[in-house]
Ligand binder design. Structure first.
Ligand SMILES: *[C@@H]1O[C@H](CO)[C@@H](O)[C@H](O)[C@H]1NC(C)=O
Ligand SMILES: *[C@@H]1O[C@H](CO)[C@@H](O)[C@H](O)[C@H]1NC(C)=O
Ligand SMILES: *[C@@H]1O[C@H](CO)[C@@H](O)[C@H](O)[C@H]1NC(C)=O
Ligand SMILES: *[C@@H]1O[C@H](CO)[C@@H](O)[C@H](O)[C@H]1NC(C)=O
Length: 458
């Protein structure tokens, strides 16, 4: 199974292909260890509007793969922009938990202006000198990847006149045309530190990224993570981290012979906690059968199991009639889940979408079988969008998103006797954005998207 999985990754991205090669040479692309120092160097200049928010989201998303704390993944962070702006430096172990890390990071705000990566790396070197050297270190420079505009001067052909020009870093053929804050020096120093891996992630559009600067920082093109096709930089980084820790687990079990527990949970990378929230109120009575069919289609295309997709179903009607039909840990096979969905019956009532989403969100706890930090969380709300009872659907949806769910809506639009038209306002508010709102017509696209998570294991 593993080789098949590697094979698939290989086909997916060149980066992954390199990973395989590097693994064969026993030089891991990522540090393989259960304990790590992780230094985040985060560019807070907002060269593209919203660029910083993207970078910040990247950092918090990636942190889900870590177990932050003084005995596991020890974090430090530098948030920087131009020279004249205040830099924020968070020392080692500033966050004792993942929650604390996310809270601190989410409080960071963008500052416009220029970027001085060189200075940030110099501060990084200082921080790194205080790291715990007995464990490996991962440095991750995160930027929206903007091109640095630099000012160049060089002699004209007559060797007398001075030609000046502003240019985009990385595009000039003049070797002397480098920005004053060329990060190459401190970058190289960092790369040479014992047991240290330097990575850079660009969260902006790949074609706008100044690759040369990032190569200067990392010293290795394979240490640059960018969006590739439909795969986001976040996904790639998360996968690398996950695989590194996967190996670390195997290493621990094979070398620590004293460990009696051989039941280590291997991370497959296909973990998905899927919560289906289905409208069973009267307004949708004629189509609750279709919602069931759509749910079954989705479940049938996924790999179900404790190491893959786990499914929970919440049905909603009136507030009092909204209930968890089964939680994430109830069923372990696809047949069981399909049978359970088949057996659902609509009793009708008023409509309380918000309550359905609220209850769906409670599935995120370990008691319900969720795998926080390991599984991706997806909620699919099947509804026509009409709500007349209970908490505000859009607020509940926002809360679900803030707890890590990716929230989709699916409306049934085909003509059905007695069915009402869809309330597109609410559908739009509940799904995170237009790209998260589907109907029976484009449902296959949603399936394909959710299925991505299981692909490596199918
Ligand atoms: C970035 O996020 C902050 C709060 O987290 C928000 O106030 C701001 O509007 C966002 N900026 C953009 C451009 O989206
Ligand atoms: C460094 O990490 C090792 C391994 O976890 C630990 O045993 C040691 O106490 C740490 N050293 C310091 C100074 O924190
Ligand atoms: C151009 O000027 C530089 C320094 O000013 C000098 O070293 C070089 O020899 C000159 N080259 C020519 C072709 O005159
Ligand atoms: C609501 O969305 C559906 C599906 O996209 C579409 O068919 C319908 O025309 C929309 N209704 C309104 C009133 O815009």
């Amino acid at each position: 199974m593993l080789s098949g999985r590697l094979h698939l990754l290989c086909a997916v991205t060149a980066l992954a292909a390199l990973l395989v090669v590097l693994q064969a040479q026993t030089t891991p692309l990522f540090p393989v260890a259960c304990e790590l120092n992780v230094l985040i160097i985060l560019d807070r200049s907002d060269s593209v509007k919203g660029g910083f928010n993207k970078s910040r989201k990247f950092v918090t998303d990636v942190s889900e793969e870590l177990q932050i704390g003084p005995s596991k993944h020890r974090m430090a962070m530098i948030v920087y922009s131009g020279l004249s702006y205040r830099r924020e430096v968070f020392n080692w172990n500033f966050a004792k938990t993942n929650e604390e890390f996310v809270r601190v990071t989410n409080n960071l705000r963008a500052i416009g202006g220029t970027t001085n990566t060189k200075k940030a790396l110099e501060v990084g070197l200082e921080l790194l000198s205080q790291r715990n050297q007995t464990i490996p270190t991962l440095v991750l420079v995160v930027t929206d990847g903007r091109r640095v505009i630099i000012y160049c001067e060089h002699r004209g052909e007559d060797n007398a006149s001075l030609v000046t020009q502003t240019t985009v870093a990385g595009t000039s053929s003049w070797s002397d045309c480098r920005s004053a804050d060329d990060p190459k020096g401190p970058g190289q120093q960092m790369q040479q530190l014992y047991n240290t891996w330097v990575f850079a992630a660009a969260t902006g559009e790949p074609e706008k990224v100044d690759t040369r600067e990032l190569i200067d920082i990392t010293g290795n093109i394979n240490h640059i993570v960018m969006h590739r096709g439909r795969e986001l930089a976040t996904d790639i980084t998360k996968r690398l981290l996950r695989e590194a820790q996967d190996k670390c687990r195997t290493t621990t079990t094979t070398t620590t012979t004293t460990t009696t527990t051989t039941t280590t949970n291997p991370i497959t990378g296909c973990e998905l906690d899927l919560v289906l929230v289905i409208d069973f109120s009267t307004t949708t009575d004629p189509i609750s059968g279709f919602y069931k069919d759509l749910s079954k289609r989705l479940v049938s295309s996924l790999k179900i199991g404790p190491h893959y997709t786990q499914v929970a179903v919440v049905t909603f009607a009136t507030v009092g009639r909204t209930r968890v039909r089964f939680n994430l840990k109830k069923f372990k096979t696809q047949e069981e889940v399909l049978r359970a969905i088949n057996g659902l019956e609509s009793k009708g009532g008023t409509t309380a979408i918000g309550e359905g989403i609220r209850l769906g969100t409670t599935m995120a706890s370990e008691e319900e079988g969720a795998r926080p930090g390991i599984a991706t969380k997806v909620m699919v709300v099947f509804t026509d969008g009409w709500s007349n009872k209970g908490p505000d659907p859009s607020q509940m949806a926002k809360k679900a998103v803030s707890e890590g769910f990716e929230v989709f809506t699916v409306a049934y639009t085909a003509k059905v006797k007695n069915a009402v038209t869809t309330n597109n306002e609410t559908l739009k508010e509940v799904s995170q954005d237009g790209a998260h709102s589907f109907t029976d017509n484009d449902y296959q696209k949603l399936i394909d998207r959710i299925r991505q998570r299981n692909l490596p294991c199918l």
